[in-house]
Design a protein around this ligand. Structure first.
Ligand SMILES: [Cu+2]
Length: 148
């Protein structure tokens, strides 16, 4: 009987000591001043990282994407950007004439790069996945003909 009590006491003492010396499970519940004592600098920065990651994803709600879009002049640029911005969920569209790349900011909950590419193709400009149909392409002004 006595030994059992002793053993229990010894066990709980051990547990107590290990808790105080910073076993990871107790970190969250530990008061602030105790946390500073422990070698929890790492735990602190880790928590900071988690916080900032969380903030970025909940703040932005937006994704950036680049899409290859064929075109040849400033009129194409206007047409492409207009077609991209027509898509609901697109907040930013800018086409680079030299690289023939469309930069997009969009809300992934509302739309996708695929949707944007479809609409851009519908306006007469080829993308990697969707091509403008011939009638639409033929109707483009002469300066906009990008197919050789
Ligand atoms: Cu053009």
């Amino acid at each position: 009987m006595k030994t059992t009590i002793l053993a229990t006491f010894a066990l709980s003492t051990l547990l107590f000591i290990s808790c105080n010396s910073g076993s990871s499970g107790k970190n969250n519940a530990a008061p602030n001043n105790e946390m500073e004592h422990m070698e929890s600098g790492a735990a602190h920065t880790e928590m900071g990282h988690m916080d900032s990651d969380h903030m970025t994803s909940s703040e932005a709600h937006e994704e950036h994407a680049m899409l290859n879009v064929k075109g040849s002049c400033e009129m194409c640029k206007d047409r492409i950007e207009k077609a991209a911005k027509e898509v609901e969920g697109v907040s930013f569209a800018s086409w680079e004439i030299e690289k023939e790349v469309l930069h997009l900011n969009y809300d992934p909950k509302k739309t996708s790069v695929d949707d944007v590419a479809k609409n851009v193709a519908k306006a007469g400009h080829d993308t990697d996945k969707y091509k403008a149909d011939k009638a639409t392409y033929d109707a483009l002004p002469a300066c906009c003909k990008y197919r050789s």
